[in-house]
Ligand binder design. Structure first.
Ligand code: SAH
Length: 355
């Protein structure tokens, strides 16, 4: 096609394009700028899925879009809903074969999505179902964006909207930093989906150099750190990357982040019976976080096949919480939503149960 460069021929998934890239592409096709707005709004306000739905576009433009762009990279192959219907988990097959998962959680006024950034994960955390799978590949920014648009489209049918997005699904977002940030930027675009940065939370295993980079960018995205242990030997046994970025370096990076951004950090703590749930564990954690603008989120362990640990009892979780609060560290216990539908990280993609 005249005016199309090799680079543009290789562009495929429409959600991979920033608005600026879409503009360049359409200009190379000899199209006027207002067409960009029409397409952008069709994608991010109407959640249209196929070129035929873009009724205001000319036939020739639609034909080019069909020839050069893909409108979906995610095929929903399995969907599980909790009994009350408030939690929905979807397994998506990617064009090249592997699967990822994402979850919608309705809770009071919130409509929170938990989305993935990689197929599998390279971090190999012992207690994590995704970690146990190993790493296949990074998702592109468009594959990350499309998970959100999929649920936005589903919710629009009942006049509901996505209110929060947590990047806590499969994968380590700071290992796929650029694609994750580009996805957030595309979803944040004010002329499109217009989803504020403050409504995103990124959870990282603690890739220290990326925490410094993220701090420098002064974004308004919430940051959560998977801490789970204060002691290096224990943390390394659960989270192998801790041998490269030990806990003191991680906490130093977190302190720097708070100093630079003045934003509160969430520390995640998967509570495992007899491993990290004692009063002494809580006290060590409180000492480590002393003076840091933060919040602790306790998640009773979600049992997985290849990990022997068990979840602590609710009473133990309440004692841990009380100990944290006695040191003036705000602490919440995260409710385990969707356990009955294997909505814990990586748990759907790693089961073979047919629907
Ligand atoms: N890779 C990122 C985000 C994905 S996991 C990270 O490590 O933060 C999201 C959260 O779920 C992390 O805090 C992770 O440690 C936790 N998690 C993983 N498997 C779990 C399990 N079996 N039970 C409880 N929490 C788990």
């Amino acid at each position: 096609m005249p005016g199309i460069t090799t680079a543009e021929r290789t562009i495929s998934l429409i959600y991979d394009l920033t608005q600026a890239r879409l503009k360049t592409l359409l200009a190379s096709w000899g199209e006027k700028n207002f067409r960009v707005d029409q397409i952008w709004q069709g994608l991010y306000k109407q959640f249209w899925q196929s070129p035929e739905q873009f009724t205001t576009l000319s036939k020739s433009l639609k034909q080019k879009m069909i020839a050069y762009l893909r409108f979906s990279a995610l095929e929903p192959v399995r969907e599980l809903a909790s009994k009350d219907g408030d939690t929905i988990k979807t397994l998506f097959r990617l064009t090249d074969g592997p699967s990822i998962e994402a979850v919608l959680m309705r809770y009071e006024q919130r409509r929170t999505l938990c989305i993935s950034t990689q197929v599998g994960c390279a971090m190999n955390c012992s207690f994590c179902a995704t970690g146990q799978m190993g790493f296949t590949r990074h998702l592109t920014s468009g594959e990350i964006v499309e998970q959100v648009i999929y649920y936005a489209r589903m919710l629009a049918k009942t006049d509901e909207k996505v209110t929060n997005v947590v990047i806590m699904g499969m994968g380590e977002p700071f290992h796929n930093y650029d694609a994750t940030m580009q996805a957030i930027d595309i979803l944040n675009d004010h002329e499109g989906f217009n989803f504020g940065e403050r409504r995103f939370t990124i959870s990282t295993v603690g890739l220290v150099p990326m925490i410094y980079k993220f701090a420098n960018e002064k974004r308004q995205i919430n940051l959560a750190i998977s801490l789970h242990a204060t002691d290096n030997a224990l943390r390394s046994s659960m989270i192998p990357i801790n041998t490269k970025h030990p806990v003191e370096e991680l906490i130093a990076a977190c302190r720097q982040y708070v100093a630079q951004t003045n934003r509160r950090i969430t520390f995640e703590w998967a509570l495992i019976q007899g491993v990290n749930d004692s009063a002494q564990n809580a006290k060590d954690l409180a000492d480590m976080l002393h003076g840091l603008l933060c919040h602790v989120n306790i998640i009773p362990l979600n049992p997985t096949n290849d990990f022997e640990g068990q979840a602590s009892s609710i009473n133990q979780a309440l004692r841990f919480q009380a100990e944290m609060e006695s040191h003036n560290i705000p602490c919440t216990i995260r409710l385990r939503r969707g356990i009955e539908i294997a909505a814990g990280c990586g748990q759907l993609a790693s089961t073979d149960t047919p629907l």
